[in-house]
Design a protein around this ligand. Structure first.
Ligand SMILES: Cc1cc2nc3c(=O)[nH]c(=O)nc-3n(C[C@H](O)[C@H](O)[C@H](O)COP(=O)(O)OP(=O)(O)OC[C@H]3O[C@@H](n4cnc5c(N)ncnc54)[C@H](O)[C@@H]3O)c2cc1C
Length: 465
């Protein structure tokens, strides 16, 4: 198997080289040098998710011409919405909440999309989904633990936007969150941190830095004042409207074959459903997870390669199940493990959706697992819940109405790489080879904060000083 994998990798890179040479001659000049196959723009954006779409709209609003290259048939990335074919009702199955900050409210208002408040639900049942056993859970007053956590966060204001870490990186940010939580008695809020930080995998093993980024000041505030979500439970509307507005400036179902970034601008050759296109742009903005495997075709230099090779990632999967006799909100729990947290890979939560008889299930893993494994585990564990709910009188068939594999999620450096200054080196890539970067890897798993971070990058792109 490993050998097959290796040889298929070899084949892939060999065919990539062949592909590249079909339209690029040995001097690195594309054969697509003029006519309708050439697209000239100020900015070429790779990735039409949260960061890429926001960048495209903002740059166009500022009078710059853009083109977005998106590998899927839709924009939105992790924002996905399920529509019940029978009723037309919608429910968000990916990104759900935003912060009540003007950057988010202005963006939704620009597209005339109404928002409403959504609070964090704390009323889940705790059940060990491997056995169906109820796990005893007594909520504790979280006030002191929240105050202790907030006091620690306040020591690190540089975490508010991006990863502008001091040198040396404070030791406490590098210790596993397990130790940090024990030191500051965070027990009463560990369940809340865990449910909001889904996607970062094994919470207790993560360096405290990453937990503080994903569960930061803005999250603490939103827990108090409420998060925002779209009134129609259809966050994808934002991306549909943005796609319509961007029109021909979005190349869907398209991917990069070759880039050349050493001249005065960039050249990006792209495979699109209408054939190869050559994009000539002044600058490139990369808004995709910068893992080496995801940057096939890019002319990465050694500096870039060395940094991107350091990234590991987690895996995150979402499902919408149709069924009955399922409790409205369940946290997967383990009585034998610290803070009752389940061991991943496994289901995080099962929760009733806004559509009758449809339930959201979230599944996480510190490494990528097969779609089949995710689906099988989810069906088995939720059927166990149905048995429990019906008091073992049997259960209806469960149907997977929607499934999405969001991997890779959460690109992270090891604590030693963080200590060795890899975030400084990553930040140093902004502008290198006419290329800029934005997205979750540069901020955290949080759309509103990614937009805020993006606002710090966009002005730099055409700053000639
Ligand atoms: C299931 C789930 C739920 C979440 N819920 C929330 C939430 O409620 N609130 C919140 O604020 N955040 C949430 N997040 C965090 C989320 O990651 C960010 O909010 C945001 O979506 C990340 O934006 P991004 O632009 O970096 O990545 P994405 O939104 O993933 O966008 C990346 C885009 O690039 C495309 N792409 C990838 N590789 C290539 C390539 N090689 N070529 C071309 N295109 C490519 C992808 O198809 C995608 O469209 C959630 C994440 C997940 C996975």
């Amino acid at each position: 198997m490993a050998r097959f994998f290796r040889s298929s990798l070899l084949l892939t890179s060999f065919s990539a080289v062949l592909l590249a040479f079909t339209s690029w001659n040995t001097f690195g000049v594309s054969a697509l040098s003029s006519g309708e196959d050439v697209i000239e723009r100020d900015l070429c954006i790779i990735g039409g998710g949260s960061a890429g779409t926001y960048s495209a709209i903002r740059m166009r609003d500022q009078g710059k011409s853009v083109v977005v290259v998106e590998k899927k048939g839709r924009m939105g990335g992790h924002t996905e919405t399920f529509t019940d074919p029978a009723t037309g009702l919608t429910t968000d199955a990916g990104v759900i909440v935003f912060h009540n900050l003007t950057i988010a409210t202005d963006y939704f208002a620009r597209f005339n999309i109404p928002l409403t408040t959504r609070n964090v639900s704390m009323n889940a049942q705790y059940i060990d989904l491997r056995t169906g056993e109820s796990v005893p859970y007594t909520p504790q007053d979280p006030t002191e633990a929240f105050a202790a956590y907030a006091a620690q966060l306040a020591k690190y204001p540089f975490l508010d936007t991006g990863f502008n870490l001091p040198d040396p990186v404070p030791e406490e940010l590098l210790i596993p969150f397990r130790d940090f939580a024990a030191k500051y008695n965070l027990g009463p809020i560990m369940g809340t941190i865990w449910s909001i930080s889904q996607g970062i995998g094994d919470l207790l093993s993560q360096p405290t830095l990453y937990v503080m980024k994903v569960f930061g000041k803005d999250i603490l505030r939103s827990i108090q004042v409420g998060f925002l979500t779209t009134k129609n439970h259809d966050n994808s509307e934002l991306y549909e409207k943005a796609t319509a507005e961007l029109g021909d400036d979005v190349l869907l179902n398209s991917h990069v074959i070759y880039t050349s970034r050493e001249g005065a601008g960039v050249e990006v050759e792209v495979e699109t459903p209408l054939g190869r296109k050559l994009i000539r742009a002044k600058k490139l903005l990369i808004a995709i997870p910068p893992k080496i495997e995801n940057l096939q075709g890019f002319d990465l230099d050694e500096t870039e390669r060395e940094i991107f090779e350091q990234f590991s990632n987690n895996a995150y999967y979402t499902l919408v199940l149709k069924g009955s006799n399922i409790p409205p909100a369940v946290n997967n729990a383990r009585a034998d493990l610290p803070y009752l947290l389940p061991k991943l890979p496994d289901v995080y939560t099962v929760e009733k959706s806004e559509i009758p008889n449809y339930y959201h299930v979230k599944y996480g893993s510190p490494y990528e697992v097969s779609d089949e494994q995710v689906k099988q585990t989810v069906l088995t564990e939720v059927a166990r819940l149905q048995d429990l709910e019906s008091q073992h009188k049997g259960h209806d068939e469960l149907e997977i109405a929607f499934y999405s594999n969001h991997s890779p999620t959460f690109l992270a450096f090891s604590p030693s790489a963080i200590a060795d200054g890899f975030y400084d080196r990553l930040n140093g890539l902004q502008g290198h080879l006419n290329t800029f970067y934005t997205g979750a890897t540069f901020e955290t798993l949080d759309s509103t904060l990614i937009w805020r971070f993006t606002e710090t990058i966009l002005p730099r792109i055409f700053d000639e000083r």
